[in-house]
Design a protein around this ligand. Structure first.
Ligand SMILES: [Zn+2]
Length: 90
């Protein structure tokens, strides 16, 4: 099985952040992002669902400004307690 296939299987079972996937597959965030973009296009009619990052301190929701990076600070309360974007397949 290729890594992309493994990612698809994983995301069908559990929500994961890109960083969690990178840790799990022992690769870089950049590689994982590339895989996720490819997967998003190739799994039709299923969908790659992205839950936006949010601030755990004040619940500020980060819009999907980028697929990749985790925001480092909340623009509203300046907290750095940010939950990363979570990916899943449905
Ligand atoms: Zn906040």
């Amino acid at each position: 099985m290729t890594r992309r296939q493994q990612i698809i299987e994983t995301l069908q079972q559990n929500k994961q952040s890109a960083q969690q996937l990178a840790n799990y597959f022992q690769t870089t965030l950049k590689e994982i992002i590339g895989d996720l973009e490819h997967i998003g296009k190739s799994i039709k009619p299923k969908k790659l669902k992205v839950e936006p990052a949010y601030c755990k301190s004040c619940n500020f929701i980060f819009k999907e400004r980028s697929k990749v990076s985790k925001p480092s600070k909340c623009p509203r309360c300046k907290s750095e307690w940010i939950e990363a974007q979570m990916f899943s397949i449905q």
